[in-house]
Design a protein around this ligand. Structure first.
Ligand code: SAH
Length: 289
């Protein structure tokens, strides 16, 4: 796992945003009817770094209160949205277009999953092409004529018994895959909360401390098994990938187990009083009967 000091997965935000914005596809909604869908579409686009929204003969005001209320961060995209009379006009300046549809059409045309389309789009975007993705009407989707104008089909693989997504959700899935296809950061990171992974020297010192005390207390008393047991205990601790803070805590635990409240314990720091022992977590977590 790659480590990242409490930062989000994508560390280099500026670089990522620039990369995402370059030649990002435009979203074309054909005859959208619901203001909420316009708002949530703009929001999804904003989330995924897309900016160019085109509307073909919209049946609702895209700057209505309802649309703007649903935009939540995507308002600028709505304000800059352009309206066209026909699909042909909306795609006139584009060089590659994709038609999204949940229904199989009887035509010879490549059909991509959303993920496949995203990587195809990235290739074309890198070659400098202007790309558009068409989304159909809430009730009837895209006509075959409209699909026929596009270079490829995008079919988001969903439950075959109910594969039709809400318009804005379909925009989100396709835009998300576009975004992911341009994301080259790690898929998982470890957030270190103001500490660092322990250096091997600190780990080895801990091993020595622990082994010494385990011999003292009699846990490691069988010379024949000694080496194997120590190696197993070390492996246990190595799998925990201890941080510097955790190593310090572990030393403290060993020390307390060794001396506890016994009279021979070395003096605590001056002024630090021993608190009464708290209730163990295990008994606190038990359900009341
Ligand atoms: N009832 C319509 C679907 C409308 S959903 C029909 O049968 O075609 C509105 C739009 O969301 C669709 O036109 C399409 O652009 C997109 N969409 C919804 N589900 C999709 C899916 N599974 N794959 C690709 N696009 C989808």
């Amino acid at each position: 796992m790659t480590r990242s000091p409490a930062a989000p997965l994508h560390q280099d935000k500026g670089r990522l945003i620039a990369k995402v914005a370059a030649n990002s596809p435009c979203v074309i909604l054909v005859e959208p009817r619901l203001a909420e869908n316009l708002g949530t579409t703009s929001r999804a686009m904003r989330n995924c770094g897309l900016t160019d929204l085109r509307l073909v003969d919209p049946k609702v005001d895209w700057l209505s209160d309802k649309a703007l209320a649903a935009a939540s961060g995507g308002e600028k995209i709505l304000e800059n949205a352009r309206s066209f009379n026909t699909v042909a006009e909306a795609i006139a300046d584009l060089q590659r277009t994709y038609a999204t549809t949940a229904r199989r059409r009887e035509m010879v045309k490549p059909i991509f999953t959303a993920k496949g389309a995203a990587s195809d789009m990235r290739g074309h975007a890198e070659a400098g092409k202007k790309i558009g993705i068409l989304f159909g009407r809430e009730r009837h989707g895209l006509t075959s004529d409209e699909v026929g104008l596009c270079d490829a089909i995008v079919e988001i693989p969903m439950n075959p018994e109910h594969s039709s997504l809400n318009l804005a959700q379909a925009v989100l899935v396709v835009s998300y895959e576009w975004f992911q296809a341009g994301y080259d950061g790690p898929q998982a990171t470890m957030a270190f909360n103001r500490t660092e992974p322990a250096a091997k020297k600190d780990i080895m010192d801990l091993f020595v401390h622990l082994e010494r005390e385990l011999v003292e207390c009699g846990f490691l008393r069988d010379p024949e098994k000694h080496t194997l047991m120590v190696i197993n205990i070390r492996n246990m601790l190595l799998r925990a990938e201890l941080t510097e803070q955790e190593v310090r805590t572990f030393h403290g635990i060993i020390k307390e187990l060794r001396y506890g409240r016994r009279p021979d314990r070395p003096p605590r720091q001056p002024g630090v009083k021993a608190e009464p022992p708290p209730e163990p977590i295990s008994s606190r977590m038990r359900r009341p009967r």
